[in-house]
Structure formats: structure tokens, C-alpha cells
Write a protein of this length. Structure first.
Length: 333
């Protein structure tokens, strides 16, 4: 691993000032915030990330889960994934988030991993993690070997001719279904970004993954007030039962009254280049009887427009079955 300077600011403002020295907050950043380190340190060992400065944010006062005045919840950036998953308010009111967190990684990793770090975790595309290979995301303009190569685990939604990497997070999928808002403190002040706008599609600039600018620190994430009477399910399908990323996953938050779905929020994981909220599936569900036919129509709608590669066409049907099953479980729970 290369050498780097390590700083430990005592306030968010001080952290922002140091990080603002970087020319970018995207791939190639000279300054990086260090949270749990479970993504960043791995990538530094692989020389995929080579920051000159690490800004340790673990001492900042960003580690609380609190109620907001509107009845929602505020989750600090450095709240550990395990603490969040087992928080009584999250387990009771935002069960889909607790389930998604517990479906990710391992108990040891969840004890280190943080809310903001999870939000910003990088793709597991093997070419991205191997500096001997070209990769548009790591080195813009060098090409995307995954398109003609090993792409079984990669995305079928939101891809471009420049990158087909999957957003690997489970937490992000639940956050998308819960309509989370990401709060950022930067050199120009604070701002709030809806989770749907936070991650970017690869397009022609796959090295740019989020809207973050130099110095931007994610301070917390808020969730709107819980939907009374909603049924929530996160279902993750993967090659082995634990310690594995999703091939396809579904987060659903539905409300059923008298057998009819009156509200639906649906997001998919493992298949999109960003956490994939599906308004198409949601519209197909609302007003329909909660049964196998309407679930399948919604799943078809969610995956319409999917673009398979040589090895991952199976994900389209897998994602449809994943969503159908998640909806069935939610409707009957
Ligand atoms: C073996 C293994 C298996 C895994 N399996 C899964 C899985 O099944 N599902 C899953 O979802 N995840 C999985 N993960 C990923 C894991 O969830 C992430 O590594 C973790 O959530 C990252 O959080 P962190 O706090 O360690 O981030 P860090 O590594 O500290 O940071 C990650 C990135 O976020 C930036 N960052 C951190 N905090 C902030 C902030 N407040 N503001 C701005 N930028 C910030 C850092 O600079 C860095 O670029 C796995 C990881 C490993 C190593
Ligand atoms: S899919 Fe994206 S991350 Fe993977 S090799 Fe292609 S450009 Fe790189």
C-alpha cells in the first residue's frame, strides 16, 4: 500500500475543510474520508484507491439514531450497520432496512461498516478491482472489458456502453424503497439530496458515481415517517446463503386494504448500476388485487428495458421471481 497522511479532525467543518483540498470526490480523489474502512482500505491495498490523505471521521458526533420532529428518523453517517439493523425503531418501523442490513456482508463487517460508507461502497466488478486490467470507471477512456468478458454478476438496468457495473449495496435498496434523503455538508454549506438523485447512472462518465463534490461530507440520512400498516420485506438471492453479494434483490413496502394494494414502493438490487427504484412496478401494483397475477405484471414492468450481456441474461427472470416472491411474502405477512 502507498504512503498517506492521516488526519483526525474534531468537527465536521474541519473535516470538510481538509477534504475540500481534493480535486474530486470521485474515483482518483486525493483526500478520502475514512469511516469503517471496509471498502476503502481494501481498495487501497489493491492500489485502486491511492489517496494522499485520509480524514478519519470516526470521532465526529455523527453516530446517533434519533427521531425527527416530523416523526421520521435521522441516522448519523457513522452509525454502524449492526447498530442500525438492531435499533428498535428501525426494527419496528423500517423493517425492510433492518432486513437488508442483516443480509449484507458478515457480522464482523457490519460491526465496522457505517451508514455513509455503505451508501458509498464501490462496485465489486473484478476488472475495477484489478489494476492490471483496463476499466473506464477506474481509468476513464481505457475501455470496459466486462462487456465482452466476465459479466455474470453485473447489471442489466441502467447500463451504458462504457460501464455495466452493479451497485452492490443491500442497504441502498431498502433506502430507495423507504425514500431516504441524504444530507451533505460541503464547503458551500449543507444540502439534502433524495436517494434517487444521489447515485448517478454511468453514461459516458462511469468514474462519477454520486453527486458529491470535493469536501462534501455525508452527515446523516433521514427517513420519512413510517407508513402505518405497511408490510415490508427485503429478499436477497445470491450464490450462497451468507457473506455474498446479491445476484438479485427486492425491497418492498406495500399497504394492502381489503385485498387491494393502496400504496407500493419497490426497489431492486443486484441488477442496476444504481439502487433501482421502480416506479413502473409501483404503478402496476397500486389499485390491484394483491395476487400472483398482479405481482408478475409488476415484475415484468420492473424489468422491461433490461439489457442482458453474454453471461447475465438469467438475472432478468431471477429478479422478476425475486420481486414476485417478496411481494407475496409482504402481502401475506
Ligand atoms: C468481504 C465483504 C463482503 C461484503 N458483503 C456485502 C454484502 O453482501 N452486501 C453489502 O451491501 N455490502 C457488502 N460489503 C460491503 C460493505 O457493506 C461496505 O464495505 C461497507 O458498508 C462500507 O462502509 P465503511 O464504513 O466501511 O466505508 P469506508 O470503507 O470507510 O468508506 C467507503 C467510501 O465511502 C466514503 N465515505 C465514508 N463515509 C463518508 C462520509 N460520511 N461522507 C462522504 N464520504 C464518506 C469513503 O471515503 C470511501 O470512499 C462487503 C464487504 C466486504 C469486504
Ligand atoms: S463494468 Fe464498469 S467497473 Fe467493470 S470493467 Fe466495465 S467500466 Fe470497469
Amino acid at each position: 500500500m502507498h504512503t498517506f497522511e492521516f488526519v483526525r479532525p474534531d468537527s465536521p467543518a474541519a473535516a470538510v475543510t481538509v477534504a475540500a483540498q481534493s480535486k474530486t470526490a470521485q474515483q482518483g480523489a486525493e483526500v478520502r474520508f475514512l469511516a469503517g474502512g471496509t471498502t476503502l482500505l481494501d481498495l487501497m491495498k489493491l492500489n485502486v484507491e491511492t489517496p494522499a490523505k485520509l480524514v478519519d471521521i470516526n470521532r465526529l458526533p455523527l453516530d446517533k439514531v434519533e427521531r425527527t420532529p416530523d416523526g421520521g428518523v435521522k441516522i448519523g453517517a457513522t452509525v454502524r450497520n449492526s447498530d442500525l439493523a438492531y435499533h428498535p425503531v428501525i426494527q419496528r418501523d423500517y423493517a425492510v432496512l433492518s432486513q437488508a442490513l442483516l443480509a449484507g456482508a458478515s457480522a464482523q463487517l457490519r460491526n465496522m461498516a457505517t451508514t455513509a460508507g455503505n451508501l458509498l461502497q464501490r462496485t465489486r466488478c473484478m476488472y475495477f478491482r484489478d489494476t492490471a486490467m483496463p476499466c473506464n470507471k477506474r481509468e476513464p477512456g481505457t475501455g470496459c472489458p466486462a462487456i465482452a468478458g466476465s459479466n455474470r454478476t453485473l447489471a442489466v438496468l441502467g447500463t451504458s456502453e462504457h460501464c455495466i457495473a452493479t451497485n452492490p449495496s443491500d442497504m441502498n435498496v431498502a433506502m430507495a424503497a423507504l425514500e431516504a434523503t441524504v444530507h451533505v455538508q460541503g464547503p458551500k454549506g449543507t444540502r439534502a439530496v433524495s436517494i434517487g438523485d444521489f447515485h448517478l447512472l454511468p453514461g459516458g462518465t462511469p468514474q462519477r458515481e454520486t453527486v458529491l463534490e470535493p469536501g462534501d461530507l455525508v452527515t446523516h440520512v433521514t427517513l420519512p415517517p413510517p407508513i402505518a400498516g405497511s408490510n415490508q420485506v427485503y429478499l436477497k438471492l445470491r450464490d450462497r446463503a451468507s457473506y455474498e453479494f446479491a445476484l438479485a434483490s427486492a425491497a418492498v413496502v406495500i399497504t394492502v386494504a381489503g385485498g387491494t394494494m393502496t400504496r407500493a414502493r419497490v426497489a431492486l438490487g443486484g441488477v442496476g448500476t444504481k439502487p433501482w427504484r421502480s416506479p413502473e412496478a409501483e404503478s402496476a401494483l397500486v389499485g390491484q388485487i394483491a395476487n400472483a397475477t398482479s405481482f408478475r405484471h409488476a415484475a415484468d414492468a420492473a424489468m422491461r428495458g433490461a439489457t442482458p450481456q453474454s453471461e447475465n441474461a438469467f438475472k432478468i427472470e431471477l429478479a422478476k421471481r425475486c420481486l414476485t416472491h417478496a411481494l407475496h411474502t409482504a402481502a401475506t405477512s
